[in-house]
Design a protein around this ligand. Structure first.
Ligand code: PHE
Ligand code: NA
Length: 499
């Protein structure tokens, strides 16, 4: 019996996959990562990671989902009963990420509104951490809920769960058909305005000027791989889930290239826009680019509002366009992460989609309240670091090693993809999956464990962001270990069907 939902059109699937890939990572993570890791020279490790890990793994996950037609746990189970737990790990990582990703979208919604009268004032940093987030003094201290975050957070969850309720075709596909073109238009307006600002060229020079001195340092390559994994939403259960809704005869390889290059194209666009604006800021405030560049939350919610204050004409609109872009990019990604666990619940426990959305999404919404409380931001920052570094990188590595060396499915998957795709896979794909990616990822994981376990960060405590050992343990390691243990427990629970 084939009752699984399906995408309405090929374009619908591609838009949804692009919607998942294009997210906060493109807009605020890529420009900063590229700049810090050699500017123009970063494109070498970045392209290498895209072509030997990003696109090959994307093809692999598309093929797995399309062939085995299941959420991540079901897909892994259908390959081999003993490997179901890996699917659950990926699903649980997706769950954890959705709980804080939603909160950042909530901030973006608030900031879209603040843009109109620049309510953040002169000191944008004090505004973000003081008034908006009401941050506690010490990491680990929690206070009550912050209304300015809570209200938009409720809107975020109502929107996303509402869309998921409507199903794959009428919900996810339809929303992406509206949100993605809208995002592209708004973002193009921002970029065009950005590069025509006085001083923009200096910013672009700073961004593109290659610094080859770092090119051989392992850190630069690790950064490139990390960016590619996060940015393409691979090793998160998402792409497996989305491709499980593909019809029996669908192209895989060409679709993967479109999604991979589309996502990178958007990253490049974001880099140009962000650095054009930073160049303007540097020239008008008389500071160097180095002084204004900062990645992550700081870039979007501190540096940008400050710049928007300085922009000539249609200020409010420019700011609103930026934060609405952030919101749209975030929402389409959040839909995909949430769908990853909704689909897993439906498959395993044989409950209706609506119930799964209510239970899974409801639980995530509840957990997200932690980050909407005073002091929640440190928690968000540390959970994000640990779950990305250990969760995603580790699952990515386990996934390729398992498929290439333990289950030995590379040829089976390759033949399946070749049977239905426009482009034929050959040695490039096999070597990337079986040799290059495992070696690079293994090396990365080793360095990562060493850095964190031996406390080799360049901080007083030796920990990430100088957090205390206790804080690192309960908001970092405990979350990672919790995911691993719970994943195994879920894999051991009985199936409500005979799959
Ligand atoms: N790919 C998204 C981005 O670049 C992030 C993301 C990761 C979304 C995992 C969903 C799942 O922002
Ligand atoms: Na991305």
């Amino acid at each position: 019996m084939e009752t699984r939902s399906q995408w309405g059109t090929r374009a619908g699937f591609i838009l949804a996959a692009v919607g998942s890939a294009v997210g906060l990572g493109n807009i605020w993570r890529f420009p900063a990562v590229a700049y810090e890791n050699g500017g123009g020279a970063f494109f070498i490790p970045y392209l290498f990671a895209l072509l030997t890990a990003g696109i090959p793994i994307l093809i692999m996950e598309f093929t797995m989902g399309q062939k085995y037609r299941g959420s991540a746990p079901l897909t892994f189970r259908r390959m081999n009963k003993k490997t179901e737990f890996i699917g659950w790990w990926a699903v649980l990582v997706a769950f954890v990420i959705s709980t804080y990703y939603s909160v950042i979208i909530a901030w973006a919604i608030s900031y879209s509104i603040f843009s109109f009268n620049q309510s953040w004032g002169e000191d944008t940093e004090a505004f973000l951490f003081g008034e908006h987030l009401q941050l506690a003094e010490i990491p680990g201290q929690f206070g009550g809920l912050v209304p300015g975050v809570l209200i938009p957070l409720i809107i975020v969850w109502l929107l996303v769960l509402g869309i998921l309720f409507r199903g794959v075709k009428k919900g996810i596909e339809m929303a992406n058909r509206i949100f993605i073109p809208l995002l592209l238009i708004l973002f193009l307006i921002i970029v065009i305005r950005a590069v025509t600002l006085p001083g923009a060229l200096d910013g672009l020079n700073a961004f593109f000027t290659p610094d080859f001195s770092q090119i051989l340092s392992p850190g630069v390559w690790i950064a490139a791989y990390g960016q590619i994994f996060f940015s393409l939403s691979i090793a998160f259960a998402i792409m497996i889930t989305y491709s499980s809704y593909l019809p029996k005869k669908s192209d895989i390889t060409n679709n993967a290239f479109i999604v991979g290059f589309g996502n990178s194209g958007f990253e490049l666009l974001a880099g140009i826009g962000v650095f054009g604006i930073l160049g303007f800021m540097a020239s008008s405030a008389g500071v160097s680019i180095e002084e204004v560049v900062a990645g992550g939350v700081g870039l979007a919610f501190v540096v940008f509002p400050a710049i928007i204050n300085e922009l000539p004409a249609f200020n409010g609109l420019f700011g609103a366009f930026f934060f609405i872009s952030l919101t749209l990019a975030g929402l389409t990604s959040l839909m995909s992460i949430t769908e990853a666990y909704v689909a897993a619940i439906v498959d395993k426990f044989k409950i209706t989609r609506s119930k799964a959305v209510l239970i899974g999404g409801g639980l995530a919404a509840l957990v997200s309240l932690i980050y909407a409380s005073r002091g929640g931001m440190y928690f968000l920052d540390n959970v994000d670091y640990f779950i990305n570094q250990f969760g995603v990188a580790m699952i990515g590595m386990v996934e390729v090693v398992l498929i290439a060396w333990i289950l030995r499915r590379t040829n089976v998957l390759k033949n399946h993809a070749n049977d239905i795709s426009d482009i034929r896979l050959g040695a490039w794909w096999t070597i990337s999956i079986a040799v290059i990616t495992p070696i690079v990822m293994g090396y990365m994981m080793f360095g990562l464990f060493k850095l964190n376990l031996l406390r080799e960060f360049d901080t007083e405590s030796g920990n990430y962001e100088n957090y205390s050992n206790a804080f690192i343990n309960y908001s970092g390691w405990a979350v990672v270990i919790g995911v691993l243990v719970l994943g195994i427990i879920l894999a051991l629970t009985k199936w409500k069907s005979d799959d």
